[in-house]
Design a protein around this ligand. Structure first.
Ligand code: CP
Length: 307
């Protein structure tokens, strides 16, 4: 495999063969996570910094765990305990960190484009762990791995993404990945949060939600972001749950072979009924373990093959 990337900045930068390469390696790591011991210290002597300036549980901790399982030294940068609080600029902060000579910088930031910006002047491998409204590539890769393991293949799979497409970096990365692998992608939700422009990425907008659900092999729910309700994109969480949430009425319309996915964190009783989160056709917890496997594959690939 001719891996041509020094960084992982977005799904949009990858080729189809890059995605399949990462999924194959991540699938092997996923299998190994059910064995003991789990450590594969092939990256001993390398180090990474988790540089998260936005809240995270799944992404931050699974990168940390992935690094440790591979034998790396892992540092976590905490913005509110750093000299950013004393007014040091963002650029000076990352240049200071960079001189500590670690190998990989995993970054989450509220501004779109920060990973690209850093990749212009830092010598480290940069991994985008979510930037503003733009991309969340390891989330898309873990979603693809979860789908591949559930169905064995991507051909003929229809993924229905429901929710806030307007503000979702998760959806943006996932649509790019799914369409690259020839899945059909339907999107639906409150019309105020589902812009027609997603059709330029290869997804098809379908209203009402019920029509989309009837075609789903995977129902992928996006988190309702509290600030969107406050901004008036939909009237209330109660109405959201009734019209757009995966409730018992909507679940009855879905094929019996379909699965449920959600990137987390979940608002139980809003975008999904609480009892469906852990039902037998929910892949939500498996997504988390696939996330660890994908992040191991990404770290290994960038360090061993990243140009
Ligand atoms: N899905 C996701 O990115 O979750 P966290 O914000 O907890 O990392």
């Amino acid at each position: 495999m001719n891996w041509a990337h020094r960084h992982l900045l977005g799904i949009g930068h990858l080729r189809r063969e890059d995605i399949f390469f990462l999924l194959e390696r991540a699938g092997q790591y996923r299998d190994s996570l059910d064995e003991s011991p789990k450590q594969k210290p092939i990256l001993a002597g390398y180090s990474m910094v988790n540089f998260f300036l936005e809240a995270s549980t799944r992404t931050r901790l699974s990168f940390e765990m992935a690094g440790r399982l591979l034998g790396m030294d892992v540092l976590s940068f905490s913005g509110n305990a750093s000299s950013l609080e004393k007014g040091e600029s963002f650029r000076d902060t990352v240049r200071t960190l960079s001189r500590m000579k670690f190998d990989v910088l995993v970054v989450r930031h509220q501004s779109s484009g920060i990973p690209e910006y850093l990749s212009d002047f830092l010598p480290q491998h940069i991994v985008n762990a979510g930037d503003g409204l733009r991309e969340h590539p390891t989330q898309a890769l873990l979603d693809l791995l979860t789908i591949q393991r559930a169905f064995g293949d991507f051909s003929g799979i229809t993924v229905v993404i429901i929710g806030d497409l307007l503000h979702s970096r998760v959806a943006r990365s996932l649509i790019k990945g799914l369409t690259m692998l020839d899945c059909s992608v339907l999107v639906s939700g409150p019309p105020t949060l589902v812009p027609q422009v997603v059709e330029s990425m290869g997804a098809r907008v379908v209203f009402p939600v019920e029509e989309a659900l009837r075609k789903a092999d995977v129902v992928y729910l996006l988190r309702v972001q509290k600030e969107r309700q406050e901004a008036g994109y939909f009237p209330s969480n109660r109405e959201y749950e009734y019209f757009f949430g995966l409730n018992a009425r909507h679940w009855d319309m879905v094929s019996e072979r379909a699965y449920i996915m959600h990137p987390g964190p979940v608002n139980r009783g809003v975008e999904i009924a609480s009892e469906l989160v852990e039902c037998s056709r929910s892949l939500i917890e498996e997504q988390i373990t696939c996330g660890l496997a994908v992040r191991m594959a990404v770290l290994e690939t960038l360090i061993r093959q990243g140009r």
